[in-house]
Structures are given as structure tokens and as C-alpha cells.
Design a binder for this molecule. Structure first.
Ligand SMILES: CC(C)=CC(=O)SCCNC(=O)CCNC(=O)[C@H](O)C(C)(C)COP(=O)(O)OP(=O)(O)OC[C@H]1O[C@@H](n2cnc3c(N)ncnc32)[C@H](O)[C@@H]1OP(=O)(O)O
Length: 257
């Protein structure tokens, strides 16, 4: 499939998607969304791929939903088309997705990064929900995910003032897993993805599913879910291989089953 708004590459077991609308600071329009979903589906279905990285440019991961595309929208059009609803598909990828963020991650850009499983940020990264300055509020999950990830105080601050948060504040707040020098961003993200891809695929997928469950259920239900999936891992050849390799002091050769 040919893409116009993203660039897609593979590095061994890692799929890399670069948002590529430099003229609009990677503003997220419908065409880009369709391509991003298609690329993610392809990587998710590809047996050779174990993890996925989404990145932007040095200046912008993404400066938000495309304001020029949204400008003329009316209520009925937004409601009937469930405008922005398709973005949730990104969270359905079953393989881990890392956001490698440099520059602006604003509005929908910040929300897209939060839909990924974790964020690695360059020193230059700036996160924010400036929708309030446009006469709207976040609509791709910002109010809900920020409140869960960084707490009410910071979520309110960002959504109500529209201010930007730099990479260090984002890391202190728990939004970002690691901050690295800009020149190391992609290598660091690809290395993390390659490490994940080297582990047992079903175990990685179950670990992702289980951590995500923490955001959707009670602690009791989450703990039961974790324990049941944990028990199921003893049916995997990869559990036998991983533990034998430890005892025999060698590197495990996982077979993803
Ligand atoms: C998901 C939901 C519900 C909502 C949203 O996401 S709303 C969008 C939220 N984002 C913003 O409000 C940020 C808008 N952008 C900016 O404030 C600035 O572009 C900046 C601070 C990120 C960077 O400023 P800078 O002066 O360095 O660059 P610009 O000249 O302003 O931008 C270059 C080029 O990109 C176009 N651009 C930037 N952001 C968007 C956007 N979100 N949608 C559409 N186009 C965007 C900008 O217009 C300019 O293009 P032109 O020179 O052709 O006008």
C-alpha cells in the first residue's frame, strides 16, 4: 500500500512509522489517520514484527488535529460521522507501540502519543492540550488519559490553561517513560522496541493487555486477570525455554508459542 502522509520502514523485528506532513507540523488529518491505522494493522498482523515505533520530525511529533480540516465542521457532521472516533483504533494494536516524541506534541498529537504504550521523549519535546485556545476542548482522549496518567491537578492545568509542558516536567509527571538527547531519540526507541521484540510475543502481548486492564477495571478484577494470564503462561514453550535458559546460563531462544 502506498502512503502519502506517513513513511513506513522495518528494522528486523521492529516496524517504524514516521508521520510525514512537514508543511503542517504533522497535523493529524483524515488521510493521515487512514494511513496510520492501515500501517499499524499491517505491522500488527506481520509475524516478523514484534514491536512498533511511531515518530514525527525533529520539530513536531504532531501539532494536533488539523485545524484547517476541522474549521468548517458543524455539530451534525461531527456527531453523525463520530468525528475523531476512528483514532481509538490505534489503541487496538496488540503489539507494543512506542511513541518517540521530539518537538511539539500538542492537542491530538499529545493524545496520539498517550494512545501508544509508552512515550520516549527528546529533550526538545513539548506536550500540551491547547484546544481551549481554539474554543474547543480535547476530543481524542486528552481529558481522560491525562487525568489517569498524570493526575487531576496537572490534567486540569494543561487542559484549562493550554500551556505546554517540557520533556523534564512530562517525565516528572509520569507522562513520559524516558527523556533522551534529541540525537539519540530514534535509536533509543528502536533499541527499546527491538528488546521487546526479542521476548516471547504472546507473553509481551499479554503483559501489554494486563497493564492496560489496570486503566479499565477495579484493582480486584485487575489482579485476578493478571493471575489468570500469569497461570496460562505455564502452558507456553517459551516459559520452559526462558527458565531453562536461566538455569543453564545461556540466552533463551523464544519460539513465540
Ligand atoms: C484533537 C482535537 C480535538 C483538537 C486539536 O488537536 S486542535 C489542535 C491543537 N493544536 C494547536 O492548537 C497547535 C497549533 N499550532 C501552533 O500553535 C503552532 O503551529 C506551533 C506553536 C505548534 C508552531 O509554531 P510555528 O510558528 O513554529 O509554526 P507555524 O508557522 O505556526 O506552523 C507551520 C505550519 O503548520 C501549520 N499548522 C501547525 N499546526 C497546525 C494544526 N494543528 N492544524 C493545521 N495546520 C497546522 C501552520 O498553519 C503553518 O502552515 P501555514 O504556513 O500554511 O499556515
Amino acid at each position: 500500500m502506498a502512503f502519502e502522509n506517513i513513511l513506513v520502514e522495518t528494522f528486523d523485528a521492529v516496524g517504524l512509522i514516521r508521520l510525514n506532513r512537514p508543511q503542517a507540523l504533522n497535523a493529524l488529518n483524515a488521510a493521515l489517520l487512514g494511513e496510520l491505522n492501515a500501517a499499524l494493522e499491517q505491522f500488527d498482523a506481520d509475524e516478523r514484527i514484534g514491536a512498533i515505533v511511531i515518530t514525527g520530525s525533529e520539530k513536531a511529533f504532531a501539532a494536533g488535529a488539523d485545524i484547517k480540516e476541522m474549521q468548517a465542521l458543524d455539530f451534525v457532521g461531527a456527531y453523525r460521522s463520530d468525528f475523531l472516533g476512528e483514532w481509538e483504533k490505534i489503541t487496538r494494536a496488540r503489539k507494543p507501540v512506542i511513541a518517540a516524541v521530539a518537538g511539539y506534541a500538542l492537542g491530538g498529537g499529545c493524545e496520539l502519543a498517550m494512545m501508544c504504550d509508552f512515550i520516549i521523549a527528546a529533550k526538545t519535546a513539548k506536550f500540551g492540550q491547547p484546544e481551549i485556545t481554539l474554543g474547543i476542548m480535547p476530543g481524542m482522549g486528552g481529558t481522560q488519559r491525562l487525568a489517569r496518567f498524570i493526575g487531576k491537578a496537572k490534567a486540569m492545568d494543561l487542559c484549562l490553561t493550554g500551556r505546554m509542558m517540557d520533556a523534564d516536567e512530562a517525565e516528572r509527571s509520569g507522562l513520559v517513560a524516558r527523556v533522551v538527547p534529541s540525537e539519540d531519540l530514534l535509536d533509543e526507541a528502536l533499541r527499546a522496541a527491538a528488546r521487546i521484540a526479542s521476548f516471547s510475543r504472546p507473553v509481551v502481548m499479554m503483559a501489554k493487555e494486563t497493564v492496560n486492564r489496570a486503566y479499565e477495571t477495579t484493582l480486584g478484577e485487575g489482579l485476578r486477570f493478571e493471575r489468570r494470564l500469569f497461570h496460562s503462561m505455564f502452558a507456553l514453550e517459551d516459559q520452559k525455554e526462558g527458565m531453562s535458559a536461566f538455569v543453564e546460563k545461556r540466552t533463551p531462544a523464544f519460539k513465540n508459542r
